[in-house]
Ligand binder design. Structure first.
Ligand code: GUN
Ligand code: FE
Length: 462
């Protein structure tokens, strides 16, 4: 694959870079093997032998989005029942829905196929998934994602405590055995493929502290270390959950997870809303990444995550939709809500700024659209420890990309919901135009998606 035109990426937090009129080539295994201005001598020599696909003026390629937190079975009731506090909502909706998919694999397959189609439509190329407790249902999820061409990290839920007697594993030992089996079987889903074609991986997934005994948590920590497998869970999410853990366990989430070796550089913890700056430092020290889910936080958490402080502390952070605690599968919405929430935090401070205790430094609490763009792409890829360079365009990185059109090259008309009142063609793609797309763009702007160099198509999954 050889393409020529404008590319946009965020190599660093807050830095949106437009690579104008570049030539990008993808090798047969889906990795970028050439990237330079199209007038660069190496580009010119490539162009002597091969005609590129032209990305027209008004369009650009950018990395696909990473969604660091999504409950696949909850997609079934996305957008309903958000009136309850978290612990009641889990009992009333989440556990029941998950159990119903464990009991009906045809339904599970159709929910997961539809989810895959929606992810592709919304430009999500990599996703960290929570599934259900039954192994087979999670293998269906892994197979669907592999077939759809989405990079998916699939978590079979581990729960040996539950408010629902029919949705629980029988003991810590049984749960651990099932987690081990799932890891092996999930690896088998793609093991017959070449390494570069393998898109799915298992994730060790203690649901959250309230549903896992210390014995189970410690066993999962050991399993992850033994097999070098990723970990995901929920941490410090809501008032009712935080109080529940303190009263039942006499410790907080952070201490419980730390004691069980579940805070590692392989770990992504969702939410972390109630973590104070010293706790955020502990996340940074252990290498634990955070899935920031701003929409879900607005419903369940009562407080916004300390995003700026986490970034300043060196915590790896990406964005999550938290379907169905968040109702939108679109990471564009997560980007916007991350910025909006951070601005509310800043606005709540007198004059919007404060002097740090330690000196004259003025700290800003808000993040801007460029920072959110990074979190949705490279930040997410780094939080997931994806292959080197992932989430951006560099030689050696897998080509995971989306084609976005902001205006039509022939007419100069804005695409989808984007309106221009001056012809945008003479200036071409500017940061101002990108910001406009970031604010008001939608599905209509997305003209194609690739993962590992392969075009992925939502229509084959409807
Ligand atoms: N904590 C434990 N389980 C869940 C879940 O399914 N959704 C959310 N948002 N939080 C959780
Ligand atoms: Fe969640």
């Amino acid at each position: 694959m050889l393409v020529k035109g404008d590319l946009v990426h965020c190599p660093k937090l807050g830095e949106v870079v437009v690579l104008r009129n570049h030539l990008l080539r993808v090798d047969s295994r889906g990795y970028i093997d050439h990237l330079a201005h199209s007038a660069h001598p190496e580009s010119l020599s490539i162009l002597m032998h091969e005609d590129p696909t032209i990305i027209p003026l008004g369009s650009f390629l950018m990395p696909t989005f990473c969604d660091l937190h999504l409950h696949a079975p909850q997609f079934m009731y996305q957008g309903t029942g958000l009136h309850l506090p978290l612990m009641e909502w889990l009992n009333e909706y989440a556990f029941k829905a998950e159990e119903s998919l464990d009991a009906d694999h045809q339904l599970a397959e159709s929910v997961y196929k539809r989810l895959a189609a929606r992810l592709i439509e919304h430009g999500t190329g990599a996703v960290l998934l929570f599934g259900t407790i039954k192994t087979e249902t999670n293998l269906i999820l892994a197979r669907v994602m592999q077939q759809a061409g989405i990079r998916a990290f699939v978590g079979k839920l581990s729960m040996d405590i539950s408010s629902r007697p029919t949705y629980v594993e029988s003991s810590a030992d049984a749960s651990l055995e099932a987690a081990r089996l799932f890891c092996d079987q999930c690896i088998d889903v793609s093991s017959s493929l070449s390494t570069h074609e393998r898109l799915v991986e298992p994730v060790i997934t203690p649901r959250f502290v309230p549903t896992c005994s210390n014995e189970l948590l410690a066993g999962l920590g050991a399993l992850s270390a033994e097999k070098d497998i990723r970990i995901q869970s929920h941490m410090a999410e809501s008032h009712d959950q935080v109080h529940h853990v303190l009263s039942e366990r006499g410790a907080d989430d952070m201490d419980v997870f730390a004691q069980c070796n579940l805070l590692t550089s392989r770990t992504v913890q969702a939410h972390c809303t109630f973590l104070t700056p010293p706790s955020l430092m502990r996340l940074a020290e252990t290498g634990t990444a955070v899935a920031h889910c701003p929409l879900s936080n607005a419903y369940f958490s009562a407080e916004p995550f300390r995003l700026r402080e986490a970034l300043d502390a060196g915590v790896r952070v990406g964005l999550g939709t938290d379907i169905a605690g968040g109702y939108s599968v679109d990471i564009m919405n997560a980007m916007r809500q991350a910025v909006a929430g951070s601005r509310m935090r800043e606005g709540a401070r007198i004059s919007g700024h404060y002097r740090a205790d330690s000196g004259q430094e003025i700290r800003v609490l808000s993040v801007d659209w460029k920072e959110a763009f990074y979190l949705a792409t490279k930040g997410g890829a780094e939080a997931l420890n994806l292959a080197k360079g992932s989430g951006s365009f560099v030689v050696g990185a897998p080509f995971d990309a989306q084609h976005i059109q902001v205006f039509d090259a022939a007419s100069g008309e804005g695409t989808g919901g984007i309106d221009f009142f001056r012809d945008p063609r003479p200036g071409g793609l500017t940061l101002e135009i990108l910001e406009k797309w970031w604010c008001v763009g939608d599905l209509r702007n997305r003209k194609g998606t690739w993962v590992q160099g392969k075009s992925v198509d939502s229509s084959s999954f409807h």
